[in-house]
Design a protein around this ligand. Structure first.
Ligand code: GAR
Length: 216
């Protein structure tokens, strides 16, 4: 059983997917604390409903981000957190924070990295005209969305998609792959070799996808 901290800023549907996976016994973890940098985040309600302690970051208490992050590290260490989960956490973490948890911070990004890093990835995918996008769970390093990739899921992009319709389609896949990535970690099945994340005892994914369909 591993101890998680989940960092959120918004609606918290990924947090909910993780909670549900734990409660249904699919994920061997416990959430020790939820941390939000937004006191209005609906994710806070979700945590409270499940009796998970919540800490709200008040940036005005710490004018220097590094000081705030040092405080966060202390909180996480005092809760014996094994893995830090960024679930729609829209605030950059300082180098000191990232170095305190080397390859022990996961993030989910709503695109197939390295395509469309940064903000509004779904909008970028629609505007670019790609036929597939998706989501990526990766370890966090000191770059923006650049860390080693753990698992990805692919979603088609249709001609009539908007940022919102694509975001919804991708979000469904996020809710499947994030608990799985955490469970790989909990099972001790993750090995990192340079940029590559190897999942031990994992059957190969078969088949290819195309969009639009090949008809000939
Ligand atoms: C998710 O789509 C997640 O991939 C994205 O924010 C959303 C949070 O939704 N994260 C990023 O864009 C990080 N760069 P949620 O609050 O419902 O889990």
């Amino acid at each position: 059983m591993i101890n998680l901290a989940v960092l959120v800023s918004g609606s918290g549907t990924n947090l909910q997917a993780i909670i549900d996976s734990i409660e249904s016994g699919k994920l061997n973890a416990r959430i020790k604390i939820v941390i939000s940098n937004n006191s209005d985040a609906y994710a806070i309600e979700r945590a409270k409903k499940h009796h998970i302690p919540v800490f709200i970051i008040q940036d005005n208490r710490f004018p220097v981000r590094e000081d705030c992050d040092k405080h966060l590290v202390e909180i996480l260490k005092s809760h014996a957190v094994d893995l830090v989960i960024l679930a729609g956490f829209m605030r950059l973490l300082s180098r000191a924070f990232i170095r305190a948890f080397p390859m022990k911070i996961m993030n989910i990004h709503p695109a197939l990295l390295p395509a469309f890093p940064g903000l509004r990835a779904q909008k970028k995918a629609v505007e670019y005209g790609v036929k597939f996008s998706g989501c990526t769970v990766h370890f966090v390093d000191e770059g923006v969305d650049t860390g080693p990739v753990i698992i990805q899921a692919v979603a088609p992009v249709y001609d009539d998609d908007t940022e919102e319709t694509l975001a919804q389609r991708i979000l469904k896949e996020e809710h499947r792959i994030y608990p799985q990535a955490i469970q790989f970690f909990a099972q001790g099945r993750i090995e990192i070799r340079g940029r590559k994340v190897i999942i031990k005892n994992q059957p190969k994914t078969e088949g290819v996808l195309e969009n639009p369909k090949v008809e000939i």
